[in-house]
Write a new protein. Structure first.
Length: 210
């Protein structure tokens, strides 16, 4: 073997060794870089919490026509959406389901796509502030987690969540027509929407890997 060949082998070996020794960026490290979004004052997450996970939702807000105090109205019966990370990879599903920690009360639900951990949350503050919320978009929200559940193999990616923000909404508003007479009762519409969801946990907790 020539001296050039030997030098090349030594160089490649050294490069591989450096790569192997270099610290690998984990999902936990990535979550440290999440910056809380700018939101109306009433939607700021409580002091002592920090964002640890976020995802972009694409799906629908689902409504059913029901009798109301003033006649008939479209009534939300739940979202159905998939959340993606910045790389376009599915990370969660979002829907309405019974919270086992509240005797089956129906709550907005998020379930992690990898470990199937889940959280249930209740809206505590809405905002339609036009300085933030786009025309024709559903309100931004601050939600409080009311229940959590590990996955069947102990997955706990979502269980640290205490609060969730829904921000950067587009679409999802109930139709202005189509629910005005008795024969409309029972009709359903699925209105496309998008939003970002930001999950907050107690500041100081170790970050979990996705």
């Amino acid at each position: 073997m020539t001296n050039i060949g030997i030098r090349n082998i030594i160089w490649v070996t050294a490069v591989l060794a450096v790569c192997a020794a270099a610290p690998q960026r984990t999902r936990a490290q990535e979550t440290l870089r999440i910056t809380p979004p700018a939101v109306p004052g009433n939607l700021v997450a409580p002091v002592g919490t920090k964002p640890f996970l976020q995802g972009h939702a694409i799906g629908s807000q689902n409504y059913i026509c029901l009798p109301s105090a003033t006649g008939f109205a479209w009534t939300l019966f739940g979202p159905q959406a998939t959340l993606f990370n910045d790389e376009g990879r599915q990370i969660m599903t979002h829907y309405l389901s019974a919270n086992p920690e509240e005797a089956g009360t129906l709550r907005a639900t998020w379930q992690h796509s990898n470990d199937t951990s889940a959280v249930w949350a209740m809206m505590i503050q809405p905002s339609s502030d036009p300085n933030y919320v786009a025309p024709g978009a559903i309100p931004w929200l601050l939600l409080q987690v009311m229940g959590d559940q590990e996955g069947p193999t102990g997955g706990d990616r979502l269980t640290p969540a205490l609060y969730i923000q829904r921000v950067h909404t587009a679409g999802g508003v109930a139709p202005a027509t189509g629910c005005g007479v008795a024969t409309d009762v029972g009709k359903k519409v699925f209105v496309p929407y998008e939003a970002d969801y930001v999950f907050y946990k107690q500041r100081g907790l170790d970050d979990d890997q996705e």
